[in-house]
Ligand binder design. Structure first.
Ligand code: ADQ
Length: 467
């Protein structure tokens, strides 16, 4: 009989992140979480290499590192443009983040998206065994499970959506909404970040007459019963906490601290993405300086935005907007001995970021919409018990469900975010400590190991390998 605990894990994500080399130091929480899961059981990590190829049908490349087999595939220039740059980044990403105004619908992109998913399935297929647990990640790969089933793959296949699942009214604007949901229902297990995403999914099935929720996390749709549950992703809290006191973090934060000459630090860190609410956040900082003039000269806001998807026009436009807003704020408020805002358009290592988080009095995490937001959890993990900072968190981040103790804001309400910043800047130490202890306990308890164990366990228990 098959022993469920020894099933090999096969992880599939759009991008496979190398375990060494220059990108490893800045690898985000997801890549770190996937690696940790694979190291535990050994297995395969399959996905796009990040490279483009001239070949019409690129072949998979296989390499090994420890007990992990990496299988990567290049994308043709055409697929890169239409599947990745087009359907994933300009259709699904904006739509699932409620930005219908930025969503483009193009049949060719959709066809290419389906083709790449089919190609990925065909390339992975020969490596699979019937008792594998296959875990697919995110919106790039929604139809891949269905393609694997078409090829006759019998093992259990689960899918986790890292971004929000939008409300029905928004989702049905997608011309292929029913096809994608049908593809989602080919999995044995569907994972969402929050109860809100799961509710939206149930609501869509019900309102479109395609299915309904049953008890115990099950749904029935398209004649199939499957499991659909929330699995809020976490971080490796203890590891991130340790990074915040590492030599690299201390060196970086001392250097930053010297430059602040006693001023309080407010920090924002994100990919430069329109979902993250960066322009609104800058305007809230402007309102803080406007409405609370005593804070002028007393605070410095450091906004770190790593460049992202620079070949997508909406991102270039955002960059221009953020630069113009930063320039305007500095033009309005700077003194010959004080610059209120430092805007850095680059990435930093995780250790350096951890050091900056620990130094700051306020962490501003104010996305307009976010599946979870790991920066919020990293900010909490980096704080010291003696002098913790205050997390100001958007109600539209999935993390807001999980983080009781943050100051919750509506990021569209600029004046209210400015008030929340002021509230944090003037918060007495004992309240900061009380809030932070509650927050850290949650971040530690619901960490990335908890997330992956819950998901893998649910996948192992959902249905049987098909015969
Ligand atoms: P992202 O949209 O990328 O992730 P987030 O969850 O915040 O957002 O993760 C970003 C990661 O990149 C964090 O680990 C952060 O530290 C790092 N990062 C951000 N800016 C950086 C910079 N300037 N330099 C270096 N590192 C930087 C998607 C979803 C989220 C969901 C995650 C995981 O959009 O909602 O939380 O997946 O499921």
């Amino acid at each position: 009989m098959l022993s469920r605990t020894v099933s090999r894990l096969v992880v599939v994500s759009n991008r496979v992140t190398p375990i060494s080399g220059s990108r490893a130091a800045t690898a985000g929480g997801l890549a770190v979480g996937i690696l940790a899961a694979l190291r535990e059981t050994g297995g395969i990590w399959f996905g796009w290499s990040g490279e483009q190829s001239e070949a019409a049908a690129p072949r998979a490349k296989v390499s090994r590192g420890g007990n992990i087999t990496y299988i990567t595939i290049d994308l043709s220039a055409r697929a890169f443009e239409s599947y990745y740059g087009g359907f994933a980044n300009r259709t699904l990403w904006p739509l699932f983040h409620y930005r219908l105004d930025l969503s483009s619908f193009d049949r060719e992109w959709y066809v290419s998206y389906r083709q790449v998913n089919q190609l990925f399935a065909e390339q992975l297929y020969p490596y699979l065994r019937d008792d594998d647990l296959v875990w697919l990640h995110d919106y790039h790969l929604i139809p891949m499970g269905e393609e694997l089933r078409r090829l006759g793959v019998k093992c259990r296949i689960g899918f986790f959506l890292h971004i929000p699942f939008p409300s029905t009214e928004v989702y049905v604007a997608l011309p292929w909404h029913d096809q994608l949901v049908q593809a989602m229902c080919a999995y044995d297990l569907l994972g969402f970040q929050t109860s809100n995403d799961l509710r939206n999914f149930h609501d869509y099935l019900y309102r479109e007459g395609l299915g309904y929720a049953l008890a115990d996390g099950l749904i029935h749709a398209f004649g199939i019963t499957l499991r659909a549950q929330e699995f809020p992703i976490g971080i490796d809290a203890d590891d991130f906490a340790a990074m915040a006191t590492s030599a690299e973090a201390v060196r970086a934060s001392q250097r930053l601290s010297r430059s602040l000459i006693g001023r309080r630090l407010i920090i924002g860190v994100d990919r430069l993405d329109y979902t993250k609410g960066i322009t609104e956040r800058l305007r809230a900082y402007e309102a803080l300086l406007q409405n609370y003039p005593r804070q002028r000269g007393q605070v410095t806001f450091v906004q770190i935005s790593a460049p992202s998807r620079e070949d997508v026009p909406e991102y270039l436009e955002l960059r221009g907007q953020v630069e113009a807003t930063s320039g305007r704020i500095n033009g309005l408020f700077s003194e010959f001995d004080w610059t209120p805002l430092r805007y850095l358009n680059r990435g930093f290592t995780r250790r350096t970021l951890a050091g900056f988080f620990r130094l700051s009095r306020i962490g501003l995490v104010t996305p307009l919409r976010d599946g979870m937001n790991l920066v919020a959890k990293e900010y909490v993990a980096a704080q010291s018990d003696e002098d913790p900072g205050v997390l100001v968190l958007s109600r539209f981040a999935g993390a807001a469900d999980d983080l009781d103790g943050a100051v919750i804001v509506n990021p569209y309400d600029i004046e209210a975010v400015a008030e929340a910043m002021h509230f944090g800047l003037t918060m007495p130490l004992d309240e900061r400590q009380d809030r932070w202890r509650r927050l850290f306990a949650q971040v530690q308890q619901h960490d990335v190991a908890h997330w992956r164990r819950n998901f893998v366990k649910a996948l192992a228990e959902s249905g049987q390998p098909r015969s």
